[in-house]
Design a protein. Sequence first.
Lengths: 296, 338
Amino acid sequence: MSASDSPTLVAGRDAIAPSGEIPRLSVEQASYAYAHQLRSAPMFTLGATSFQARQRELVAILGPNASGKSTLMQIISGALKPLSGRVLLDGVETRRLDARTRAQRIAFVEQQSPLVFPATVGEYVLQGRHAYGRALHLATEEDVALAMNALSQVGAEHLADRRMDQISGGEKQRVILARALAQQPLLLLLDEPTLHLDIGAQVDLLERLRRLGEENRQTVIVVTHELGLAAEFADQVVLLHAGKCLRVGTAAAVYQRELLEQVFDTPLEVETGPAGRPRVSLRSRADRDRAGGRTM
Amino acid sequence: MKPLTLRRLLWTCGSLAALLFVVIVLALKLGAVPISVTDLVMSLGRVAIGRSDRLPADYRLIVFDLRLPRILLGVMVGASLSVAGAGFQALLRNPLADPYVLGVSSGSATGALIALMVVPQFALATPLGAFLGAVATIAGVYLLGLRDGNIDSTTLLLGGIICASFLSSIIMFLMTLSSRDLRGMPFWLMGDLSTPQPSELQWLFFVGLIVGIGAIYTTAADLNLLVTGEREAAHLGVEVTRVKLVVYVAASLLTALAVSASGAIGYVGLLVPHAMRFLFGSDYRLLIPTSALGGAIAVVAADALARTIAAPTELPVGAVTAIAGAPVFIYLLRRRMR
């Protein structure tokens, strides 16, 4: 179900897509700050950040806790108004889109929130079609077909009639992803989707995201702590630290031992793997002390 | 996957409407003067074809002037309280929300009572006062429940219960001070359907009921998403601020209409939406109309019980709903805490 097949979508998508030259997503000097009280000095949660992403690209936003990753995602999604700068999706500022259009172009999977009233998996995935519905938003046959397709893309069609509170954590993560796919977005944002997943499920999820980005011609942006996974699967890495964007580029360019050690405040080893992608491993503090302490 | 269809929606509502009709006929039958169902159906038929003049006068008085208005009031009160309850539950993302538990009914009663004391000559003042009381109370309870920008469920409920008890004492205070006849204490504190309404207020109630339920129903699909979280709902295309405002105003209006006509009847807004969720699922597109019909059934049935259980003495209908509602509330609270 290529996203651009939908008749409800705007012309801008196909006008730009074939060349692949003009970036689909362009984050231009976006920053964010807030003040505890009206008159107190603002606290910067994100300094000016810029990067661009094309369709089919997977971008990883990396950084330790409180580095501004989630804030950046909120700004990209258009939910937060940046203090300065702007975010363009196919040339349109995401902040200026109305709720319905935004939901047709951007799917945002946040860290999980509890269900107050339980729904079935099928009903849950159909929520992704909300932005396409009219009046009572009764599901059309097309909606049901797209929802089932989304479920099969994440390998969860057999769960359709189960209840959301009766499936495992890994299954739930895939169902949430299916709901985002049912939105047929141009841009897929995921905030720490690998949290609470075991390593097998993490790899499975990232592989799936790569493949879905290719199949659906979507741009995928993932926030993660997992240096190894980001190096393996991301086309581009955005490294944040304490509200500053430190580096943007391929994992090979961004992963420098000293930089990563400083950012994550732990001794690390960076090697280059066979495919040219860097590999990061932990170094024990004892090793480092023997080697003469930290280099910075 | 079985998504909601128009067919299922209409069938469900149709069956509940039929059940409501049966309950209304039974409620017309029950009371101090026994009337057979056959007679009732015959006379209803006569009224329907416009031959009501053929009915015996005493019969007409009991059935159409005494029992029927009270039953129709029960229908409107039940429908408005249940839909208001379902609305507050979505708005506050809390399955225990209900106009009575949150103190909104008491706030509404306080507002109505103050209006009745200050401008007694002005009939519209009572529902208006009730509306302002409801809006102010739900805003106050919301602020009490706010912790670091998020609604804290336990604090919200405690805030509501404290507001309700505070406002109840204000009501008792006002009634003791006032020398005027402001209906009885049980009316404002427990809810009661026995006081007849002036017919212009009945019409206002009817129009307000349709507008209020209609307004909430336009947001039904959005509410399905809102209960999963405001930010998530926004990501899925819901205009969160608008939807919340519509539900907030409409649910307050429905509560105010119900309270100004019948006092603070408790637990209907809690009990009925839960029963409907249990029977038909939690989809708000189905929940709003089934709650309206179910609420009407529940209040008419409760009032029929209240009239007959200790006949010839009548209980306030709120006593019956509280006897049924309080244990269910405790059950839901315990299940939530587990």
